[in-house]
Design a protein around this ligand. Sequence first.
Ligand code: NAD
Length: 260
Amino acid sequence: MNLADKIAIVTGAASGLGKGIAERFVAEGANVAIADLNADAANATARQLSAKGPGKALGLAMDVTNEAAVNAGIASVVAAWGGVDILVSNAGVQIVHKLEEYPFEDWKKMLAIHLDGAFLTSRACLPHMYAKGSGAIILMGSVHSKEASPLKSAYVTAKHGLIGLSKVIAKEGAAHGVRANVICPGFVRTPLVEKQIPEQAKTLGISEDEVVKRIMLGNTVDQKFTTIEDIAEVAFLFAAFPTNALTGQSLVVSHGWFMQ
Ligand code: NAD
């Protein structure tokens, strides 16, 4: 399995998991569009990854909640490179509140980034994949696609929803050689998680050390964080797998925090 000359779009790729996945894909020979809300960081990441090669990277300013921006962004990748083989819908944020205090605006923002983003980017990529008769769509879920935690109502709802979306893409895409799968990471120390540690400590009235040991790693088999490289490895597997044998699946990568 390899990704030589494949064309990939990774959203939220200017940071954390998306950046790690983009780096892995470029190292495997793919050309990767670094799509992110933060245009400067996307361009900087693209320059950094292109310099490493052997694949190329280009920065793409994109708000995944904006229909016109998504359509224009995907079209620009197709114009530049001639198609799209792999989509990783990864852009995401976290907003925590108790449910009875959850602001409606924050709820809508969470569902827009995670669910509208996955829908809009998938919808824009599918016709190009269907035209080629092959493609891989990878949605970034979470252990919270399968499990719940207090304070994360919008995140848990959205991440569960991604599994439903991927199953529909798998069924509709099969005849066109398009596969869809979900990666479900446990806690990975990216900026998204670093931000949660003091926030959860404050909301739960416990120390930051307790948030890490008890809330984040308490149920793992070995009290270890999952790494960006672990997730990039699974993304590579889902991207490069050659047949419809592996589609409509969701794989938890969490040091045993959640077991199916
Ligand atoms: P991160 O904060 O490091 O990176 C997220 C990126 O998404 C940022 O570059 C940000 O600019 C971008 N982004 C945010 N809103 C966007 C929008 N509207 N349009 C385009 N880009 C946008 O976070 P991360 O930890 O790498 O998270 C990536 C994904 O992985 C998210 O979907 C997150 O829910 C999921 N996830 C993370 C963990 C973890 O422990 N870090 C665990 C499970 C799932």
